[in-house]
Design a binder for this molecule. Structure first.
Ligand code: G16
Length: 544
């Protein structure tokens, strides 16, 4: 085995963000850049000699090249076996499933999620631990520390592995096995949902759905599940062929970027149900006919109806949501008499709660929903969950959600994003908010009175680790909230996120447009934070 030890010098910008290291492709293509980060991952781990590593990505530009490098480095560093998805493809939830099923030591997932792909667009890499979930902060901090002091990395001198042919080959003293990217995941889905009932719904002729894979990783999974096993008509899946640049689109399942689907679901003769997923398949957007389900409401509805679904029929242990996600799910948890957890943004914070059996369902406002079946959020799982509920209840998406509001009240919710803001200006804005924080309590803004203002800090109930500075919360006496934080997933300048939420028990007002219902809070957010002045932008880039 010809292992080369290559001398290198550190790059100082390899700090993992909310979900791994995300940079432009040319940054990753610099000599030694990817190699340094991969070696920093391995240098942060102990006890993996002879163990199994899972590798796969969302198929974006540079996926295949990166996988060849990682395979050779994993072998040179002593992994005994590497499982890699056919064609280098594994959706993020499928990777989590494969890690768990094979009791792998961990996995490396290549994706920049919902960010665009292509030669000058985004690429990303993250490490997942043996539970199948994103590495917790103590691991990502260790990776960053190693990346700053690295002097060499190890790589095998060998020809590239054929990623397209299923089966095992020897690489150095190790084995690389190319696995079917879909099979394990599809089997897991079948174990959780009532496929017979969903099949009846999809083949009844009276129900139509449209699944938009946005030319990203879920295409092969969606074809196999919906048009294959579940018998939906050919054409149910649109934009289902994964492309390295996602067809030039932005593989982000929201009302702005999934516009093809939005046009179909809000057009004439619209289908009953629409869904989209993102670049790496962990996000989802749910639509009914002329109806958008906010991710926060989706979590609450899934929780309230979980007993209708075989995999969750025995009830939920608890529900966890990220701090900026609306409090709709908390109301369901309260009625079910189970615990509601509030964590910082980042799926990695759910891992301990899921492992400890404290939470069964988790969700985030950023179009992420999932459960204890894997340790990532899971786009197609959410779609199947909705289909299972629709098949049992035989009502429309709109009926189910509006009935939910009638029972629990409606949490009006919206997120305003200001993308590509100059980093210094964004930092000044956040400092300005911080400086005011201690003076806000008790202050009145029109009908609203501030009950508390703080910077969210989380103490993990399982391992006691503390995460500070997770976003500014301004809570009002009527339960409304404004949350401000800077995104940890962007690759250009800063993205300011403003999260707005109000609670409306009055059924007569449930039909309001969220922007209308939240208009006062939108003004108050600007009064406090000087958003337009600091960003120089008259309106948000994206409203979800
Ligand atoms: C990642 C994280 C999510 C987070 C989202 C947005 O998702 O896994 O937990 O909510 O980023 O993070 P931010 O607000 O910091 O940009 P993904 O789908 O991008 O991997």
């Amino acid at each position: 085995m010809n292992i080369q030890t290559i001398t290198t010098t550190p790059f100082l910008d390899q700090k993992p963000g909310t979900s791994g290291l995300r940079k432009k492709v040319p940054t990753f293509q610099q000599p030694h850049y990817l190699e340094n980060f991969v070696q920093a991952i391995f240098d942060s781990l102990e006890g993996f000699q002879g163990q199994t590593l899972v590798v796969g990505g969302d198929g974006r530009y540079y996926n295949r090249e990166a996988i060849q490098i990682i395979l050779k480095m994993a072998v040179a560093n002593g992994f005994g076996q590497v499982l890699v998805g056919q064609g280098g493809i594994l959706s993020t939830p499928a990777a989590s499933c494969v890690i768990r099923k094979n009791h792998a030591f961990g996995g490396i997932i290549l994706s920049a999620s919902h960010n665009p792909g292509g030669p000058t667009e985004d690429f990303g890499i993250k490490y997942n631990i043996g539970n199948g979930g994103p590495a917790p902060e103590k691991v990502t901090e260790a990776i960053f520390a190693h990346s700053k002091t690295i002097t060499q990395y190890k790589i095998l001198d060998a020809p590239d592995v054929d990623l397209d042919t299923l089966g095992s080959v020897s690489l150095g003293n190790s084995t690389v096995t190319v696995i079917d990217a879909v099979a394990d995941y599809a089997e897991l889905m079948e174990s959780l949902f009532d496929f017979d009932r969903i099949r009846q719904l999809l083949t009844s002729g009276s129900f139509r759905m449209c699944m938009d894979s946005l030319h990203a990783v879920t295409g092969p999974y969606a074809y196999a599940l919906f048009e294959g096993t579940l018998g939906a008509p050919v054409g149910t899946v649109q934009n289902g062929i994964p492309l390295e640049d996602f067809g030039g689109g932005h593989p982000d399942p929201n009302l702005v970027y999934a516009h093809d689907l939005v046009e179909v679901l809000f057009g004439d003769n619209a289908p009953d149900f629409g869904a989209a997923s993102d670049g790496d398949g962990d996000r989802n957007m749910i639509l009914g006919r002329h109806f958008f389900v906010t991710p926060s409401d989706s979590l609450a509805v899934l929780a309230a109806n979980a007993k209708l679904v075989p995999g969750y029929k025995d009830g939920l242990a608890g529900i966890a949501r990220s701090m900026p996600t609306s409090q709709a799910a908390d109301r369901v948890a309260k009625r079910l008499g189970i615990e509601a957890y509030e964590t910082p943004t980042g799926w990695k914070f759910f891992g301990n709660l899921l492992d400890a059996g404290k939470a069964t369902l988790c969700g985030e406002e950023s179009f992420g929903t999932g459960s204890n079946h894997v340790r990532e959020k899971d786009g197609l799982w959410a779609v199947l969950f909705w289909l299972n509920i629709l098949a049992v209840r035989q009502e429309s998406v709109e009926q189910i959600v509006t009935e939910h509001w009638q029972q629990y009240g409606r949490n009006f919710y919206s997120r305003h994003d200001y993308e590509g803001v100059d980093s210094d200006r964004a930092a000044t804005l956040m400092k300005n908010v911080h400086d005011q924080m201690h003076t806000l309590t008790g202050k009145r803004f029109g009908a609203y009175e501030v009950e508390y203002a703080d910077d969210f800090s989380y103490t993990d109930p399982i391992d006691g680790s503390v995460s500070t500075n997770q976003g500014v919360r301004i809570g009002f006496t009527d339960g409304s909230r404004i949350v401000l934080r800077l995104s940890g997933t962007g690759t250009q300048g800063a993205t300011l996120r403003i999260y707005l939420e109000s609670y409306e028990p009055n059924i007569a007002k449930h039909h309001l447009d969220p922007q209308e219902a939240l208009a006062d809070l939108i003004t108050i957010a600007d009064d406090i934070a000087g958003i337009h002045t600091h960003t120089g932008m008259a309106k948000p880039t994206v409203i979800t």
